[in-house]
Design a binder for this molecule. Sequence first.
Ligand code: G3P
Ligand code: CA
Length: 326
Amino acid sequence: MKKLIFIFVLCILYNCNTSKSSSKIMGNKIVVAHRGASGYLPEHTMEAKAMAHAMNPDYIEQDLVLSKDDVPVVIHDIYLDDVTNAYEVFPDRKRADNRYYVIDFTFDELQQLQVTERFNPKTGKQFYSNRFPKGKGNFKLHSLQQEIELIQGLNYSTGKNIGIYPEIKNPEFHHNNGKDIAKITLDILSEYGYNTKSDKCIFQCFDAKELERVRKELNSDLFLVQLIEFEEETKQLAHFATYADGIGPWYKQLLSKKVDGKFTFTNLVERSHKYGLKVHPYTFRADQLDEFSSFDEMMHTLLIDANVDGGFTDFPDKMVAFLSKQ
Ligand code: G3P
Ligand code: CA
């Protein structure tokens, strides 16, 4: 009888463990639509954001650069020439380095540009050849405010609660041009109701000094994610934990060498979790699998085996589908 009770207790414990390591924990992993549904439509267009919203991610990402008149424009680079026809509309407005800078144009001027699928401005070649065809369609740049109104409007009309995940780009460049992109962005977020960690907004930045300033000088109470680009930054978790709530590493920083054909992992996730930091790696692409043989293998390896807390993807539908099967 004692043996039976013991086995019964073990089964309960096992089931608790199983459900913890599958549906419960999986349910907490977040999907971030990277630049919208950018695997299907030109990145950071309103169309890509509306499509992403329909795919039910937890958050939709906004990369931000200021215009000449201090409007936060949703675009990935401080340059215009990888995703627009600035060279056709404003041929005389490039700088000595042959590049067109967002910060040199007013928001009204930026509205005159066509946005297209990302391409190499030197060769004109589309970056991801199987994505939306370059030069087709009628896409425009837009502001952070316009995108928040789209997402909040869609949340209202669909009954969903999809969040935003803004990133201020290159704050040092902005400071050098007399602009405080962090403060301008935080003020707009506040106007739209994003003030605390319980509001559905995660604020991210690669620049550690600036993100620390966001917490300690600008007194933001938002959920902050410290993006990580370089290996040496993975050694600064103790410091990051003094102001941030999570880190956003390149997913390859989680992978170690393969042993007997199986992936092994660095201790970055484990160390981050010890400091109470969530881990949201970038960027999962179904058309750029690199070391993986399928998107599902990529998802299983990073989300389950490496135990991250979510991540950025150009294909939110595929990541949502993977998580819903767990
Ligand atoms: O912000 C995290 C993710 O978007 C990766 O960075 O270069 O695509 O903005 P990036
Ligand atoms: Ca980003």
